[in-house]
Each structure stands twice: as structure tokens, then as C-alpha cells.
Design a protein around this ligand. Structure first.
Ligand code: AHM
Ligand code: MG
Length: 329
């Protein structure tokens, strides 16, 4: 049996870029290393003193879990030793982090949510890490680090996530299809398990927090009602884990739609554009699906703030097109 590891795959991908120096694959190896460290901690969470609140709030006013902080440190430490990385931005840090080397040759900014869905961790439910990589914009310096990351999602040069589920799976794209790798715990390597993933054109699941149904705008209610009745000969079941990465991973493989709509009290929903919606949207599109905020393509939104929120509907072409039909009625 020939196993292709993620490092081999990234090196192959890199051949597509003329003059590629290996920096980009070294950068991605920083992410795989950090996520292996995170998964090791997640797997032993009930056995060590790492569960629960850290008695600290993050920038969004949410209680940080100890594992949020640990995961953030893993990513920061492993990425700050990559000279090609100039700026990091994390859900857990109010401001972008300028890498101490301040290298004039640093080419990339990496944006991430180190541990998404972390309120699920104490009850042994899947969580994930999301990341997104931008090229340094022309003329951007270290005096204005936000400029490096306030770019529309269509400029991402790579994006991905790791889901810490019944196994640990990494899914990534460099703009040339979507590939999934399962961590072989015996060897400690991510091995290619899902090559060139294509999202089904229509699925049988919808995924939304229906407890907020009365607070969604009317056309969302009409859309969900039509899914319950069945569309195009498909009947639907609902699935909602409350961990975006896990809910999206199912949607990627099985099709259907995952949504976090606006509500009466949160007109932009809950999810963050830069490090949650953008990487998921790039992967969805690369796999043949669609992602919208309800009125426009996620990847076309020009961000104004690092922690800006956005409504998100992502999934198969059929379901997103059906949503858009109801929007225009
Ligand atoms: P987090 O970044 O604080 O973990 O919150 C994001 C998570 C997503 O993973 C998930 O889709 C959503 O929160 C669930 O929120 P809700 O409980 O309102 O349905
Ligand atoms: Mg999050």
C-alpha cells in the first residue's frame, strides 16, 4: 500500500507554482504540526487538567476555555518559526500579531480560529481548527498589520480546517481542488484519504439551530419549511452539532446546507468572516458548492474588521440556489 502524506501532497501542489522555494510547504507544515499537538491534547482532555473555563474573556466577550488558549499558543509558536509568515490573526487575540523577525521577505499572513466550537469540548463532541492564508498585499508593512488580513476571501491562496472527530481529519485547498487527510495515530502522519472531494449537487440534510427559528428573517423560515417538505424528489433530515467545522464537514461529504442566519438580536449572525466563513467558503466553492451571506458571495465581502461577523449559508448548489429563489420572491 502506498500512503501519500500531507507533506508529500503539498510538495506536489507546490510544483504548480513556478519558482516555488519550499517556503509555502514549510508554512503549511507549521499548521499540521500545531493541529497534531492540539488533537493530542483534545484526545486526552478528560484525563488532564485542561477542561473548562480559563477565567478569562476573549475579544468577543466569550469565556475562553483552557483548550482555546492552548490551541492558540500551539499555532502561534509553530507559525512564528516560519520566516515566510509576517502576520498572524486569531479569534483569540484582539489585534493581529506581528512576527518578531519583521522580515522584509515575509510573504504571508495566516488567519485562524484555533479551536472552533470549544463549548462542545467538555461533553466530548467534535471541535475543529480553521485557517486561511493570504499573500502580503503590495506595499504592506508591519506598521499596519491589519492591511495584511483585511482582504476579501477570494484572495485566499489556501484555506482549510481540521476536525477533531471520531478521527482527526485535515481538509485543505490551495485553489486546485479539495483534499482530505486522516491522521494515522500509530504513525503520527496525515495520510491522503479523500482525494479531490466533490460536494454532491444536492443532499438530504439541513443544518441550522432551529431554536432561533422565530428570530430568523422570514425568507429563511420559508426556505427551511420547503426543505422540511422535500425538494426535487429529495426528503430532508436535520443534523446540528453546534460545531461549524463538524457540521460543514458532513455537508461537504454528504451535501445539503449548513446555515447560521441573522437573528433579530444578531443581524450578522454569530460566525466570523475572516477565520470561520472565508476558509469554509473557499473549500465549498473548490468542491463545487456555494457559500453566501444571504445576499452576496462570502468570498466577495470586503472585510472592515478582523473579528467581523457574517451570516453564512454554505452547501450544495441546489439548496443554495433554492434559497436565493426565495430571497427574490
Ligand atoms: P466559537 O467560535 O465561540 O466556538 O463559536 C462558533 C460556534 C460554531 O462552531 C457553531 O456553528 C456555532 O458556534 C454554534 O452556535 P449556536 O450555539 O448559537 O448554535
Ligand atoms: Mg470559532
Amino acid at each position: 500500500m502506498t500512503a501519500i502524506t500531507i507533506q508529500q501532497h503539498i510538495l506536489q501542489e507546490q510544483q504548480r507554482f513556478p519558482g516555488a522555494s519550499g517556503e509555502f510547504s514549510f508554512l503549511l507544515s507549521g499548521i499540521t504540526l500545531a493541529t497534531k499537538m492540539i488533537q493530542a491534547k483534545v484526545r486526552r482532555a478528560g484525563l488532564t487538567d485542561i477542561l473548562g473555563d480559563a477565567d478569562n474573556e476573549n475579544i468577543q466577550g466569550e469565556m475562553q476555555q483552557k483548550l482555546d488558549i492552548y490551541s492558540n499558543e500551539c499555532l502561534i509558536q509553530s507559525l512564528s518559526s516560519r520566516p515566510s509568515v509576517g502576520i498572524l490573526a486569531s479569534e483569540e487575540d484582539e489585534q493581529p500579531l506581528v512576527m518578531p523577525h519583521q522580515s522584509v521577505t515575509a510573504k504571508y499572513a495566516v488567519v485562524f480560529d484555533p479551536l472552533d466550537g470549544s463549548s462542545n469540548i467538555d461533553v466530548n463532541v467534535s471541535v475543529g481548527t480553521t485557517f486561511s492564508i493570504f499573500r502580503r498585499p503590495e506595499g504592506a508593512d508591519f506598521e499596519d498589520p491589519t492591511r495584511w488580513v483585511l482582504q476579501p476571501g477570494r484572495r485566499q491562496i489556501a484555506a482549510g480546517y481540521v476536525v477533531y472527530g471520531s478521527s482527526t481529519v485535515m481538509v485543505y485547498t490551495c485553489g486546485n481542488g479539495v483534499h482530505g487527510f486522516t491522521l494515522d495515530p500509530a504513525v503520527g502522519a496525515f495520510v491522503l484519504s479523500h482525494e479531490n472531494i466533490q460536494m454532491p449537487e444536492q443532499g438530504n440534510y439541513y443544518s441550522v439551530n432551529e431554536a432561533y427559528m422565530d428570530d430568523f428573517p422570514e425568507h429563511y423560515g420559508a426556505f427551511i419549511a420547503s426543505l422540511r417538505q422535500g425538494l426535487n424528489g429529495h426528503s430532508y433530515s436535520s443534523r446540528y452539532i453546534g460545531s461549524m467545522v463538524a457540521d460543514f464537514h458532513r455537508t461537504l461529504l454528504r451535501g445539503g446546507v449548513f446555515m447560521y442566519p441573522p437573528t433579530k438580536t444578531h443581524q450578522y449572525g454569530k460566525l466570523r468572516l475572516l477565520y470561520e466563513a472565508n476558509p469554509i467558503a473557499m473549500i465549498a466553492e473548490q468542491a463545487g458548492g456555494l457559500a453566501t451571506d444571504g445576499t452576496q458571495r462570502i468570498l466577495d465581502i470586503q472585510p472592515k474588521g478582523i473579528h467581523q461577523r457574517t451570516p453564512l449559508l454554505v452547501g450544495s448548489q441546489f439548496e443554495i440556489n433554492e434559497f436565493e429563489k426565495r430571497l427574490n420572491q
